[in-house]
Design a protein around this ligand. Structure first.
Ligand code: GA4
Length: 329
């Protein structure tokens, strides 16, 4: 039997923070039921690459049902959870993130968002009685996908791009390479001894896909990096979704929308549970700046690449690396 040793606490990244990080009150809040949402969405993607949506239409019950199932899974004995691992990339992962040595104070389940895969792998990932967990994941993903596709269509309208499903069709495609992730950040009591420093739950990075949708319980920890390089804490809100622009949408809008750097800090006292949908295109899709977003004479900032090529190179990087750098012209 191969026993993988756990990384010791001193192998985790510690962030110096002698004063508490600023809690940011300037995060754009977009009410999807209001007529000004289109304009505000475009502004948020340009300024922050990040925003919160309310009145989003996803039943709260879908979130709580899945959260409950996730907590049940993460409460299983370690040996049971390991049966769904390692995350290569899909499956159960504990402290190790990605294939290149990143670690964080986290355990997670990483899945493809394809429903037929979810059912096939059910028994290994979702245990002996997978039906309830599996349907909670499927219902949640379906509803979130509808909501985020509406957001993408409003963004296309706001950018005056036609057809308006130019982004959303990539997520709706049968071949869409979208991921789903359930994260559990256990409380870390040893944090008290770190005298004012913070422990990294999930290290700083940008998301490679088109768009990501985050929902968490009411435990803090999530931070974004502002344009001036400062890190700010995002107050959690279990009723809303936080949405961020991914690298691919940055390229398709020729840098007009920003793929925001974000990270999660571990909490000393409370457990954080989050669920993330990463909307990606089909592997064969060419990721290029759309001609309709370019002004006259504007040149594309990036070389042409397919989503497959981008992913292949992304999996050779560390979390904090700038994955778009090598595709810049
Ligand atoms: C970051 C965003 C998503 O969580 C993820 C991550 C993926 C993984 O955990 O397997 C990666 C990371 C993420 C980017 C660089 C590579 C791949 C870990 C890593 C070091 C699921 C994704 O798609 O890219």
């Amino acid at each position: 039997m191969v026993v993988l040793s756990q990384p010791a606490l001193d192998q985790f990244s510690l962030v110096k923070s002698y004063k508490p990080t600023t809690t940011f009150s300037g995060i754009p809040v977009i009410d999807l039921s209001k007529p000004d949402s289109m304009t505000l969405l475009v502004k948020a993607c340009e300024e922050f690459g990040f925003f919160k949506v309310i009145n989003h239409g996803v039943p709260f019950e879908f979130m709580t049902r899945l959260e409950h199932e996730a907590i049940k899974f993460f409460s299983l004995p370690q040996s049971e959870k390991e049966k769904a691992g390692p995350a290569d990339p899909f499956g159960y992962g504990n402290k190790r993130i990605g294939p290149n040595g990143d670690v964080g104070w986290i355990e997670y389940l990483l899945l493809t968002a394809k429903s037929e895969f979810i059912s096939k792998k059910s028994r290994t990932i979702f245990g002996e009685n997978p039906e309830i967990f599996r349907s909670a994941v499927n219902d949640y993903i379906s509803a979130v996908k509808v909501m985020v596709c509406e957001v993408l269509e409003l963004l296309a309208d706001g950018l005056k791009i036609q057809p308006r499903n130019v982004f959303s069709k990539l997520l709706m495609d049968e071949q869409s390479d979208s991921f789903f992730r359930l994260n559990h950040y256990p409380p870390c009591p040893e944090l008290q001894a770190l005298s004012g420093r913070n422990l990294i739950g999930f290290g700083e990075h940008t998301d490679p896909q088109i768009i990501s949708v985050l929902r968490s319980n009411n435990t803090s920890g999530f931070q974004i990096c502002l344009r001036d390089g400062s890190w700010v804490s995002v107050p959690p809100d279990q009723n809303s979704f936080f949405i961020n622009v991914g690298d691919s949408l940055q390229v398709m809008t020729n840098g007009r929308f920003k793929s925001v750097k974000h990270r999660v800090l571990a909490n000393g006292l409370k457990s954080r549970v989050s669920m993330l949908y990463f909307g990606g295109p089909p592997l064969s899709e060419k990721i290029v700046a759309l001609p309709s977003v370019m002004k006259e004479g504007e040149e594309s900032l990036y070389k042409e690449f397919t989503w497959f090529e981008y992913k292949r190179s992304a999996y050779k990087t560390r979390l904090a690396d700038n994955r778009l750098a090598q595709f810049q012209k």
